[in-house]
Ligand binder design. Structure first.
Ligand SMILES: [Zn+2]
Ligand SMILES: [Zn+2]
Ligand SMILES: [Zn+2]
Ligand SMILES: [Zn+2]
Ligand SMILES: [Zn+2]
Ligand SMILES: [Zn+2]
Length: 393
């Protein structure tokens, strides 16, 4: 049928028009400049991508690179999007990656980011179940923990995956952020927030540790919140016994004139109970800021929890409104990242080849068929390494 024929053919003009709209689309998905590495900015909370292709040896953990480097230096590598990680400095071109140099900012040969933390996320594994993450196949919603910044499957959080649903997750729209049970156990004074109206909570009794008599005995308040126990645990952690003793004495004395501690009003939580916290909007305002609690945040090195953390965002690609950042973020979250990035890169790389390819058509006024275009991409594809399974073309 004639109408189908015209569907399959495009003129060069139409094709270039299509390219233009693709380019605009790409700009919307990747609204930020990727011409500067964040290395010189030091340790930041920023979007991090682990590169498995560049890791220095098979048993070492892959390093992480910044947004710009993920595109400019590692676009066709095996990348894992880790989303935001705090206190992270770009590893691109450092000793962590041995040979591969950074295209954007050369680093000193022996540069190494000593305080970067690498967990199982850098190997592409997330959650307690540590399954290999496959963005193509992952269907379950995942939530990032505010504290450890790991990502957890909904059905791992509520226990469904283990065949025992311990609680139902609150409605997705009703909470903003999530704190995992590993973190509330590690910083057990946070478990008490399950009593607060600013948090939904899910609780699980740890099976191998059914509430014992001894547990009940010390039930009075969360042990870590008791100053005595708190001193002894932190002595071990920090080592500087004397200084801590002095601080605690000063704090307990001062606490008498201090604002009342919210945690003291609340029901305690047994050690054997795991608490997941789903934080509703403005939940940080609810965090107690009495001297005792302030000292706890500090000694547990989680003071960042008190304020919404600043997250580095690269400069925009053009001078459009900042709202583009939000819409860009949303789009990027929905879209397969490899496709998005390679779309943008492929456009830039292919433009010249494509113009060359289209020239005879333009000169002769011939129409370009879908098959012609397909043949072009086919020839491009065969130029690439067979291992590049994630490739756009
Ligand atoms: Zn970088
Ligand atoms: Zn790489
Ligand atoms: Zn780089
Ligand atoms: Zn899981
Ligand atoms: Zn956590
Ligand atoms: Zn307090």
């Amino acid at each position: 049928m004639a109408s189908e024929d015209t569907k399959d053919t495009v003129t060069v003009g139409e094709f270039l028009e299509l390219q233009k709209s693709l380019e605009e689309e790409a700009r919307e998905v990747l609204p930020w400049n990727f011409d500067r590495c964040t290395y010189s900015k030091g340790y930041l909370r920023q979007a991090v991508y682990a590169c498995k292709t560049c890791k220095s040896s098979s048993d070492s953990s892959p390093g992480g690179v910044c947004y710009s480097c993920s595109i400019a230096c590692h676009a066709d590598h095996d990348l894992i999007e880790l989303f935001n990680k705090r206190n992270f400095r770009c590893d691109c071109g450092t000793a962590c990656f041995e040979e591969s140099a950074c295209q954007l900012e050369p680093k000193p040969q022996d540069a190494l980011n000593e305080t970067n933390c690498y967990n199982h996320n850098f190997e592409g594994r997330f959650c307690w179940c540590k399954v290999d993450y496959d963005p193509e196949r992952e269907e379950a919603n995942m939530h990032q923990c505010v504290l450890c910044e790991d990502w957890f499957h909904e059905n791992c959080i509520d226990g469904e995956k283990q065949g025992e649903k311990n609680f139902s997750l609150p409605d997705l729209d009703s909470f903003e952020e999530y704190i995992c049970r590993t973190c509330t156990s590690k910083h057990s004074f946070l478990k008490l927030y399950k009593n607060s109206y600013m948090f939904f909570s899910g609780t699980t009794v740890r099976k191998n540790e059914e509430a014992s008599a001894t547990d009940n005995d010390k039930k009075q308040k969360n042990d870590e919140f008791q100053v005595e126990t708190f001193v002894s645990t932190n002595k071990r952690k920090l080592g500087d016994d004397q200084e801590i003793d002095l601080k605690i004495t000063a704090l307990t004395k001062k606490a008498k004139n201090d604002i009342e501690c919210k945690l003291e009003r609340w029901e305690s939580v047994m050690d054997s109970i795991d608490v997941d916290l789903f934080c509703i909007q403005n939940w940080r305002d609810e965090l107690c800021r009495c001297n005792k609690c302030m000292y706890l945040y500090k000694s547990h090195q989680i003071e960042f929890i008190l304020q919404e953390e600043e997250t580095y965002e690269p400069p925009h690609d053009d001078d459009t409104h900042t709202s583009l950042f939000d819409s860009g973020m949303k789009l990027l979250a929905q879209m397969d990242r490899v496709t998005a990035i390679e779309g943008a890169i492929a456009y830039a790389k292919l433009r010249d080849d494509l113009v060359e390819f289209l020239k005879p058509f333009d000169d002769s006024g011939k129409t370009v068929t879908e098959q012609d275009i397909r043949a072009f991409f086919e020839s491009k594809r065969s130029e690439r390494k067979p291992s590049d399974t994630n490739s756009f073309f």
